[in-house]
Design a protein around this ligand. Structure first.
Ligand code: UDP
Length: 329
């Protein structure tokens, strides 16, 4: 029996595949390679290049492989882009997931762990955020992820499929081996953009707004190492395999850092002054997102190993220093 990882050539997907293979699992990866990289796919995984909106390609895969559970990362994931291109998000995230679930139901594959996001909450009522808090996304990205959760719930009622939605806070860092790391084109995430400055690829980092209701006026986020996220997927899959019911878990460290504080840590890690300038706010950004991950710790037994921002930024720096252009030669 094998685990199918959709989007397994992407950032969080590729790290999860590494952890699954390390844990001795047989892994099949499917990815359309639009934002993922073939080089990020673990050499021991069987690879299919396909788009999850292609029902025929999915059916062929489910016929050829003996899949016991699916981990689904295949989605568009940029808050900013979702605000000016919402239909791309409906197509990739919702339509894609709908086709995937149709194929899973047709082939009797009934367990799925998938990427949700802190963006499902929108502007939080209070922090740290609990899974039971109000969900009112402020971005189309968050809206499509919340709708994916709802779709799973209805499909579960009708067809008996079981799911775990993992609401990630801010994924960052890179694999300890140095073989895989974060690579987006174009890059939009804070830590890799900051590290482009000491890497000589950017003169300064933009701070998107310093007039938020936070102590230093810049946005606060909860940064969580990608390997810790990867471990949570394995625990969630095992939870479903052991008969666990549908569930939603936050994944974060429970500590918030402002954009200014992240830049300070990067200055300390790299020894570079990293000039910064304040620019206007980015549409769709809530002021503060900090997770309560007590539920994942209690129910799944999740124990994040990298809870220190210095260690997280150092692991990212190791990767970006050695791979300034990501996977491109
Ligand atoms: N951010 C910033 N400058 C940048 C990129 C991001 O100030 O060049 C801010 C962004 O507004 C947010 C935080 O950094 O408050 C984290 O953004 P990122 O895109 O990394 O993750 P997101 O919070 O959107 O998932």
């Amino acid at each position: 029996m094998s685990i199918l990882v959709l989007g397994g050539a992407g950032y969080i997907g590729s790290h999860t595949v590494y952890e699954l293979i390390e844990a001795g699992r047989d892994v099949v990866v499917a990815d359309n390679l639009l934002t993922g990289f073939k080089e990020a796919v673990h050499p021991k995984a069987r690879f299919y290049q396909l788009d999850i909106r292609d029902r025929g390609a999915l059916d062929t895969l489910f016929q050829a492989e003996d899949i016991e559970g699916v981990i689904h990362f295949a989605a568009s994931s940029q808050v900013g882009e979702s605000m000016f291109n919402p239909l791309k998000y409906y197509d990739n995230n919702l339509h894609g997931t709908m086709v995937l679930l149709q194929s899973m139901v047709a082939h009797g594959v009934d367990k799925i762990v998938f990427s949700s996001t802190a963006a499902t909450y929108g502007e939080p009522e209070s922090v740290p955020i609990l899974e039971t808090d109000r969900t009112q996304p402020t971005s189309c990205y968050g809206e499509t992820k919340l709708s994916m959760e709802h779709m799973m719930s209805w499909v579960s009622k009708a067809h008996g499929l079981r799911y775990v939605a993992l609401r990630y806070f801010n994924a960052c860092g890179a694999h300890a081996s140095g073989k895989i790391g974060e690579a987006h084109n174009p890059e939009t995430h804070l830590i890799p953009l900051i590290l482009q400055v000491p890497n000589g690829q950017r003169e300064k980092i933009s701070i998107f707004g310093d007039d938020y209701p936070t102590p230093d006026g810049t946005c606060i986020r909860d940064y969580i190492h990608v390997t810790d996220l990867a471990q949570a997927h394995i625990l969630a899959l095992d939870y479903l395999m052991n008969g666990g019911e549908n569930n939603v878990f936050n994944l974060g460290n429970g500590v918030g850092f402002s954009v200014n504080e992240v830049i300070e840590v990067a200055r300390a890690v790299t020894g570079h002054p990293i000039p910064a300038e304040v620019t206007p706010r980015r549409a769709g950004d809530p002021a503060q997102l900090i997770a309560s991950s007590e539920k994942a710790k209690t129910v799944l037994g999740w124990k994040p190993q990298y809870d220190d921002l210095n260690t997280i930024v150092s692991s990212a720096w190791n990767w970006h220093k050695a791979h300034p252009h990501g996977y491109e030669k």
